[in-house]
Design a protein around this ligand. Structure first.
Ligand code: NAD
Length: 389
């Protein structure tokens, strides 16, 4: 069974699918691992470190992809510089495991199905207890929550901690975190470690205790509807509830030095939490970091991938923050990938068991078909859209 680690060609992607430590573990289990020349370079893992772990280094991209039984990647397959898609490099019947963004870009699923590839999308791993070690969205969101606070602290024209000095006393920064899921909780913990006074808000009342246990104040908004869906995720709320939450949070946004937004409802555009009017009420010099920037933004003023100043407020819309911490991001992602590989490979042979809920949820294409109904719907919606233009 040959496992291959591709070099990422997406320019903004510094992570690598496996680090040398996990390569050594897979080899110990009797699997062969090939790594493309320079695959770990931008994560500071050298070819010689992979070689020392027992991997074969391959410089010929077509050979690496073409010989792989399981190809591991971070970013979805891309168009290659010299033409053609990376998907075409895979041999028919091979397995691809990567972030695939199949709901945002369902065309890639069609390409994979056409090529008879069995593909698994790391975004589709369910957030269940058994799947925790494979949950790449969580491992990477935690990195993003941490980095968002550091970015905010660097952009804020103030200290975060309270300081008593001979030259006077500095009041601590006030940080307001909106959305207390994986990224939000890590943002709370990081802001607290830096000495800020932290408040947090979420529509799911279940997170109140977690927020408080991290030393933050929970901003409670009592809503007359169920806000939690199956699997513990948030549900989209009604217009009346949106109005009610905006009334309550407006005051907290106004008083904050830093607002970090991390709200999401799976499969939907990011909920709009911070309006232009709210930004206009903030103190000049305040900072907003919007982690939902690439899904439309939680803040009305956000521009994805840009830092802008609006009415004296700096609004930062970072994309792919985990890639800015590639050593640890790759280490955690490697663990997520190897856990999934171990579920799929038994006695050195591939055994895809669709009765397993994790396998069933994460598998996007198999035997020439798109297996996932939501991806099929997204593809259908896209072709209708193209047809009407
Ligand atoms: P998560 O699902 O764990 O948490 C999202 C939280 O938002 C949930 O607790 C949910 O209850 C809450 N929420 C939903 N609607 C809300 C509303 N109207 N008001 C308040 N809270 C609401 O998600 P996560 O893994 O923590 O990711 C959070 C966001 O960060 C996502 O948008 C994700 O795509 C993004 N992210 C960005 C980067 C980056 O580099 N920019 C990296 C990783 C994740």
């Amino acid at each position: 069974m040959k496992i291959a680690v591709a070099k990422e060609i997406e320019v903004c992607e510094r992570r690598v699918a496996l680090n040398p430590d996990t390569v050594a573990k897979l080899i110990k289990q009797g699997l062969e691992v090939s790594v493309e020349t320079g695959a770990g370079e931008r994560s500071y893992f050298s070819d010689s470190a992979y070689e020392a772990a027992g991997a074969t280094i391959i410089s010929d991209t077509a050979k690496l992809w073409g010989e792989a039984d399981i190809l591991l990647k971070v970013s979805p397959p891309q168009e290659r510089e010299n033409g053609g898609s990376e998907v075409e490099l895979l041999k028919e019947g091979a397995v691809l495991i990567s972030f695939l963004n199949p709901l945002g870009n369902p065309v890639v699923a069609q390409e994979l199905a056409n090529r008879q590839i069995t593909s698994f999308s790391m975004e589709m791993i369910p957030r269940t207890t058994r799947a925790q070690s494979m949950d790449a969205l969580s491992s990477q969101a935690s990195l993003a929550g941490y980095k968002a606070v550091l970015i905010a602290a660097a952009a804020l024209p103030k200290y975060f901690p309270m300081l008593t000095t001979a030259a006077g006393t500095i009041a601590p920064a006030k940080v307001f975190i909106m959305g207390a899921g994986v990224a939000g909780l890590q943002a709370i913990a990081t802001a607290r470690r830096l000495g800020a006074v932290v408040e947090a808000f979420d529509i799911r009342p279940a997170v109140k205790e977690e927020v408080q246990s991290l030393g933050a104040k929970f901003v409670e908004v009592k809503l007359e509807e169920e806000t939690t869906a199956a699997g513990g995720y948030a549900k989209e709320i009604s217009e009346a509830s949106k109005q009610r939450t905006q009334e309550v949070v407006a005051e907290h946004v106004k008083n904050a030095d830093v607002v970090i937004t991390t709200a999401q409802v799976p499969g939907r555009k990011a909920p709009r939490l911070v309006t232009e009017e709210m930004v206009a009420q903030m103190k000049p010099g305040s900072v907003i970091v919007d982690l939902a920037a690439d899904q439309g933004g939680n803040c009305a003023c956000t521009e994805a991938g840009k830092d802008i100043v609006w009415n004296g407020v700096t609004i930062i819309g970072p994309i792919n923050l985990p890639s800015s911490m590639p050593i640890h991001a790759s280490q955690l992602y490697s663990k997520n990938l190897t856990s999934l590989v171990q579920l799929l490979v038994k006695d050195k042979a591939l055994q895809v068991d669709f009765a397993d809920d994790i396998v069933n949820a994460a598998c996007i294409t198999h035997a020439g078909e798109i297996r996932n109904q939501r991806v099929r719907d997204a593809l259908q919606a896209l072709s209708t859209q193209i047809g009407t233009h």
